[in-house]
Design a protein. Sequence first.
Length: 403
Amino acid sequence: MNSIRKWMWIDYVLSFVRLFFYATGIIYFISNPAEMGMNETLFFLWFFLCIAAPHLFWNPRYIHDVLFAITEFILIGSFYIYFTFFLKTPTGFTLLMMSALVIGFIARKHTLIFSPIVLIMLTACVVYLDGAFVDILNNLFVLVMLFTFGYMFNQLLSTQSAMKKLLEENEKQTTIIHTQNKALEQYVSKVEELTLESERSRIAGELHDTIGHIFTSVIVGMDAVIYLIDSSPETAKSRLEKLRSAAKTSLQEVRSQIHNMAREEEHVSLSTKLKNLTTEFSEYTNTDVSIQTTGQEYPITRSISIILIRCLQEALTNAKRHGEANKIIVVLHFNPSEVRLSVHDNGKGQEDLQFGFGLQTMNDRLSLVNGVLTVKSDERTGTQLTCIVPIKEDVYENKTNVS
């Protein structure tokens, strides 16, 4: 299996150990030329080829465990067979030890099976030298242990590398989540600020036109009564009666005005409220949010309207905060038997989505009006949330007739 990963520190260390190991072999054969059994130049050319050729497939820029194992087994294995069958000496077995260690270290599933088999076959060649069975088992044990040690060390480093990547990915996701949360917090804060400012301006105007006028009239009238109470008590009494009647009438007007202020929003349709909500959300979170209304819209109760508004707010927040969506489609559908609100985003879905506090609260609100909440989430297509609220047929007919 080829890999483009960079060498880790252990690759450099193991490569140095391998070169040092074979360097000591060169020094040994220089000191004992009789052990070569052939022309020195040809022997050392062969030996250098065994050392250098495998590094074509194991270097800082390229790793291919299959080709490395094949090259190592062919070259070092041929050296081992030469010493075993032609020179009839066990010297070649020492060369297999480093091969077993390195091949074990870079082994993947492709070489994990056939490499030990080749090592066993090469070890079995010792039988040609009339070696004892115990010696064969001992040699085999050494090679298997070196191969296993190299492989286990490689797995340890791979696990460490995977954990490091996972930690980096978690930190990246955490940063994204913090950024999205900050955007949502700014959106909520801005909406609250604009809403409060709008309400302040509206209420200030209402107070100026009603209560201010009333108090001004009453104060001016009472000032006149103060001057008449000594000189003309009857006239002062008559004036007080008129002021009392005017104050009572004005109180009723104020109550009526406050009542109208509280009920004013009820004249705005649900589709308009949801449209305003999606527009503000899209503006402050830089998210593409589209909304469409299907069916014939009719007035619904204030409680159902509030519940659907809260459901949309939670759905938009979840799509951005948890799903990291950049596109959301909202569909409000009316039919005689029910009102359906559907929110579909292109964010990161979850196959086994569990209801958290927000979704559970949404479900509880819908249950108050016999509504139903369904959530479908998929990693490829995002999340679709649907709120269904039943409407009685007679209520629908009455409302459509009135409208």
